[in-house]
Design a protein around this ligand. Structure first.
Ligand code: ADP
Length: 486
């Protein structure tokens, strides 16, 4: 191993961050954070108990009124300071992330930039919140519409983008004047804790953001969700957990934002530029080791191009270097855990049992860590499990189609509707697909669509609400109507 986890983690906090203080968990418990490239423990992090969750909510609720009363400019400037500090610490944050999550450092640095953009974007949006003033149509009233902060928020984030999923929620919340309790994923708490340190150093008042890692989420988050002081729940993660959380949130009639699973179709039409298709496919499939909810999941390629597409994609995948994210040569890091890797193994075996042909990859890599090679499967049956289930790994299953209507029906059969990708040179077709594909986001001749200025989110079982863009801050604002005499 060419890196030293202890050196990487020097100065990274491992406590809970509550009310501006770093503390141990109520019972003193800790849990292990492991390096997925080795399976070895790299840190012991404070394991929040239900009492700590309540303390964090009390801190957020206590800080709410004063934070909402600050000027938009003051909040914007704090976010701007945090943006600059995050960029200044890009290498450090990227290295921490590569250690606990596994992605290559260069890719992790890209995530830091993307994550920081939410701080910059919502710094700019903070001063743009406004309402309206109008006359009732009958002339009987004057109507004043204003916006105010929703109130204390609970954020539950996943491990795949440890920093960006936190800033995408925290930045608009702070811009709107909301306070926050963040429950990061148990696999990747260190990045969030390092970010909390950045916020504190940027001058964030005590209690405005609180971070409570825990190894057992529900007993900690459940009581927070039931507490009347909480006003909003924003979650990014699996559809199964999202549904359970929506059930819990209903008891307290919380505002919710849900970024849930995806199963993005990747459609290559007969008029596609194959070079563009391959470049986009590689990005949409292998970004973040395939562990992204926007990852291309099922490749539908027009029958006239399918063979060449699959063979060229396989040749590109086969040439990539798989290894620890902290080794400079690595292009594809490990899968987050043995359990996730087992899921990928089962899906690929299921596909080959149904007649799919492995063009490259197809079996896990032996040795320490949870490595799985970039894999291309050809002749996959359109309705097979690997086309319907979110793979969350570097596997591209390819199937063929003939007609546009046929492939739209195949894509729309999914209960998910987050992202979709289309490779075509036909503008009319792009417009038809924009209207007919049941997705919240559509990439046309591009493989990466995330951007802080764009509304990220899905339809159907992929979730509720949007993050980023002008829409993102609205999720943290309540609309108030004041009726006045004419
Ligand atoms: P993934 O499959 O990406 O790990 P999960 O939906 O399991 O997605 O996890 C996303 C986040 O939700 C993590 O922070 C995890 O700890 C948290 N989580 C999982 N189950 C629950 C639950 N029942 N209540 C609250 N949070 C949960």
């Amino acid at each position: 191993m060419s890196y030293d986890p202890a050196a990487i983690l020097e100065g990274v906090p491992t406590g809970l961050f509550i009310g501006g203080q770093w503390r141990a968990a109520a019972g003193g418990a800790t849990f292990a954070v492991t390096d997925p490239a080795t399976g070895m423990e790299v840190a012991a992090v404070a394991d929040a108990a239900p009492d700590d969750g309540m303390a964090a909510l009390s801190a957020a609720a206590g800080a709410q009124a004063a934070w909402a009363a600050t000027s938009p400019r003051e909040r914007a400037e704090l976010l701007r300071t945090a943006f600059e500090a995050t960029i200044a610490q890009r290498e450090r944050l990227a290295t921490i992330m590569a250690l606990e999550m596994g992605k290559p450092v260069a890719e992790a640095a890209g995530e830091v930039t993307y994550a920081a953009e939410f701080l910059r974007w919502f710094a700019e949006e903070a001063s743009r919140v406004s309402g309206r003033f109008q006359q009732a149509p009958e002339g009987t009233l004057r109507i004043l519409v204003s916006k105010r902060a929703v109130g204390p928020c609970l954020f539950i984030t996943p491990w795949n983008f440890p920093l960006a999923m936190a800033t995408r929620k925290i930045a608009p919340a702070l811009a709107a004047g909301c306070t926050v309790v963040l429950k990061p994923a148990e696999a990747t708490p260190l990045t969030s804790l390092a970010f909390a340190q950045i916020l504190a150093e940027a001058g964030l008042p005590d209690g405005v953001v609180n971070v409570i890692p825990t190894s057992d989420a529900q007993p900690v988050t459940g009581p927070i969700i039931q507490d009347r002081r909480l006003r909003k729940l924003s979650f990014t993660g699996s559809t199964a957990v999202g549904k359970a959380l929506l059930g819990e949130a209903s008891q307290n009639v919380l505002r919710t934002s849900m970024e849930l699973g995806g199963c993005a179709p990747f459609l290559v039409f007969e008029d596609a530029d194959l070079d563009v298709a391959l470049q986009a496919a590689r990005a949409a499939k292998l970004r973040n080791i395939g562990e992204a909810c926007t990852a291309a999941n099922s490749f539908y390629v027009h029958e006239s191009l399918a063979e060449e597409f699959a063979e060229r994609l396989a040749a590109e995948f086969a040439a990539l270097t798989v290894g620890p994210g902290l080794e400079p040569a690595s292009e594809i890091g490990p899968i987050i855990s043995e359990q996730q890797r087992e899921r990928i193994v089962d899906l690929v075996h299921g596909a080959t049992d149904d007649g799919a042909r492995v063009l490259t990859g197809g079996e896990p890599i032996a040795g320490p860590g949870y490595f799985y090679p970039p894999t291309v499967l050809a002749e996959v049956a359109p309705g097979s499990e690997i086309m319907r289930e979110e793979v969350f790994g570097p596997v591209a299953p390819v199937t063929t189609f003939r007609e546009e209507d046929e492939v739209i029906a195949l894509a729309n059969a999914s209960e998910m509707g987050l992202a979709g990708y289309v490779i075509t040179r036909d503008l009319e077709r792009v417009l038809r697909l924009t209207e007919r594909l049941e997705v919240g986001m559509l990439g046309v001749n591009v493989g990466v669509l995330s951007n802080a200025a764009a509304p990220f989110g899905g339809v159907k079982h992929s979730g509720l609400g949007r993050e980023g863009g002008a829409e993102g801050i609205e999720e943290f604002l309540e609309t108030v109507y004041t009726a006045l005499p004419a």
